[in-house]
Design a protein. Sequence first.
Length: 484
Amino acid sequence: MIKPSKYDRLDIPVVRHETDVLIVGGGAAGTMAAFECADAGIAVIQATKGRATSGTTTVARGGFAAAMGKDDSPELHLHDILKYGGELIDPELARVWVYDIVDVVRDLESWGAEFIRGADGQLDLKMFPSHSRARACHHYDTTGNMITKVLSKKLRADARIEKHSITAIVDLIKQDGRVVGAWGVDYQNGTLVIYHAQQVILCTGGGSGLFYVNDNPPQVTGDGYVLGFRAGVPLLGIEMIDFQAMCCSPKALFGFAPHPTGFINAGAVFRNQAGEEFLKRYFPDTAEESTRSEVILAMAKEIHAGRATSTGGIFMDATKVPMEIIQKQIPHVYKTCLHRGIDITKTPLEVAPGSHTWLGGLEVDVDGKTPVEGLFAAGETAGGIHGGNRIGGSALSASLVFGRRAGRKAAALVKEERVDLAGAEDGAIPESERAWLASLMSRNSGPLQSDVRTACLMLAHNKLGPIREGPTLKEALAEYERFD
Ligand SMILES: Cc1cc2nc3c(=O)[nH]c(=O)nc-3n(C[C@H](O)[C@H](O)[C@H](O)COP(=O)(O)OP(=O)(O)OC[C@H]3O[C@@H](n4cnc5c(N)ncnc54)[C@H](O)[C@@H]3O)c2cc1C
């Protein structure tokens, strides 16, 4: 229900909405949650900073894991997850996930998902590293794009779900210790928005966009972690970030992940700012056999020690590698770079550890419910699911499953018991936040917002990357406080 808009003292219209469930985010997790709420017959609003279906889900590539093969079972899948994820995993979360994902794959297919099948009509399941069975359902290298089209089509056709796109949630609203809504900014209409809701589900994805080098869409900036943490939800394993080698130069390739081991196998060299082939210093006898994580760690150490190029990376140089070897070892990378105007046989790439996915997040139970009443989290925003090492194809798989579970449980709670939201009416946007917004809007001097943003991203790149030490973390904290 939309209540009449009124103006606050910032002269920005404030629009108020009341709903049963507010879902924040429109990736795999948020959209699966929305379908569940709509099917349960309750009122649901989905607010998304990006477009209605957006986020990292749109760019997911190789596929996601589900025990669908004849020689496979959810128990084998569970075994692999627990073996590599370590003790930070909550086994109960992993257990419901490996069973549910099998049903989710079937539902996605019934909605039109085109997973690749072999000539025998069976799913063509890919073998991913650290899995004991081939179990990645895929649509070649564009699985996320295919899933997004399916979810987006179904979402557009469902008039029961109110979609508020280009609307960023800024904070949650609490009353008597429980979450009763959220407020944010509707950039499309230039208004502030206040949502009063029986239950709120945070599905804002990970936090990769906080790092200068990353391969995520720009809206993915860790908002859900902050919203939940401020509301009192513990963060689990939030320091666990999957860094991959990504291009920071040339600009046309920014964020592209060119697989360093492929380059090493082809005979490319890695050089720091001084031109030194530094892998030989770290691995005197085995530089040519370095694994992906060894290269990323060595790269991070060079950057940390101040031996990075002016773009913050290190050189990955294949200019002396013969063309026939390039064609054999890294044909896909060669073609992608050429497509963006860069010939790797002529131009060295500059690469750095970039943030790919976040493994930890807000504490949740098997239904995505956080310890704070009225608040759920799912997808990359939730923690305890992947531990310290997420095996391939797990992120999208878990986002689909826990988004669905959170939506289902939130809807059930709404039906069980309704909270009186009348008291949440006043002071939804705290005075301190209004004053902060007013000062931002009336500011006509000081640093540009874009400069502050770049400085924050570089700070994370330089001090919060794969190498973290007490003194540097303290320095970073002091710097962030100075920005504030
Ligand atoms: C290049 C790349 C390839 C990948 N390939 C794979 C793969 O092959 N297999 C796999 O399993 N995983 C893969 N992943 C990881 C996987 O895609 C993600 O972990 C997963 O899709 C996350 O889904 P999500 O729903 O949690 O979040 P997202 O899909 O990121 O959605 C987040 C949503 O939240 C919204 N949002 C953010 N902040 C706010 C706010 N303040 N207010 C309102 N809305 C907000 C965004 O607009 C967006 O709609 C890949 C990741 C990357 C970067």
